[in-house]
Design a protein around this ligand. Structure first.
Ligand SMILES: C[S@@+](CC[C@H](N)C(=O)[O-])C[C@H]1O[C@@H](n2cnc3c(N)ncnc32)[C@H](O)[C@@H]1O
Length: 236
């Protein structure tokens, strides 16, 4: 039995019962991805080991009151996190134009706030509260709004603009909205290549060269060796 009062560590994450239990739920083409695709309302852009997000939420327990997601798309990762019994208030940011396209080329579904909202409402069985904000996460307006109206997030998932500059800006925003103990999770960490444009994925470089990285403790990387999808850090 894992002691949930322990720190968020690599071992506590991979040895948590939810890690195995939710693996299939997060596998592309199965679980949540299948559910979203079969309902014709999108897809889940997660992948084994995206279940790490839910494990972290469970390990944070009642301390996890506020969750921020940058890059909501069709709502998949927010739905995953809302499987948690520990109720949280979620804020999701997305420009809802899949990298300049109005249709998500991987599901052929039009990307919109309404669609994401519909999906999240449908699967949110545990009564979490959530707000989706259509915006560019890198704008000064959204920074001001988040600082004034929300701030102090306990868990932040960064899965928006994966370019070097965009990811650095999202990290800078996350630093401003965090407190000691806040967990930040970066998606597509070790992937190189493109989402839409060639060489658009530059998350690792953006994070490792960010001047605020030294304010954080590195929890670990999750995924296939050398191609880890997720990178998790905790504010000291
Ligand atoms: C990889 S998808 C997110 C997948 C999602 N987390 C899931 O669970 O399926 C990235 C999303 O980030 C959004 N995005 C990219 N750049 C952005 C920006 N600067 N501001 C807000 N959203 C952005 C895209 O529109 C897209 O919907």
């Amino acid at each position: 039995m894992i002691d949930t009062t322990k720190n968020i560590t690599y071992e506590n994450i991979v040895n948590h019962e939810i890690f195995e239990k939710y693996k299939e739920y997060c596998t592309r083409g199965k679980g949540l991805d299948k559910l979203l695709r079969e309902n014709g309302t999108g897809r889940f852009c997660g992948n084994d080991p995206t279940q790490v997000l839910l494990v972290i939420k469970e390990l944070l327990g009642v301390k996890c009151k506020k969750v921020l997601e940058i890059g909501v798309l069709h709502g998949g990762s927010m739905i995953l996190l809302q499987n948690s019994d520990y109720k949280s208030d979620f804020v999701g940011l997305d420009c809802f134009t899949y990298y300049g396209l109005n249709k998500d080329p991987h599901s052929n579904v039009i990307v919109s706030k309404e669609n994401a909202e519909k999906n999240i409402k449908k699967f949110n069985k545990k009564g979490h509260t959530f707000t989706l904000i259509e915006c560019n996460s890198q704008s000064k307006e959204i920074e001001k709004k988040l600082i004034e109206e929300y701030n102090n997030f306990d868990l932040i998932f960064i899965d928006g603009d994966h370019s070097f500059e965009g990811c650095q800006k999202d990290f800078t925003l996350a630093v401003k909205l965090s407190h000691p103990g806040t967990i930040i999770v970066f998606d597509n960490f070790s992937c190189l290549g493109s989402i839409v444009k060639k060489n658009d994925l530059n998350v690792k470089k953006a994070v490792m060269e960010h001047p605020s990285l030294n304010l954080f403790r590195q929890v670990g990387k999750f995924g296939k060796k050398g191609k880890e999808d997720l990178f998790v850090i905790e504010k000291i």
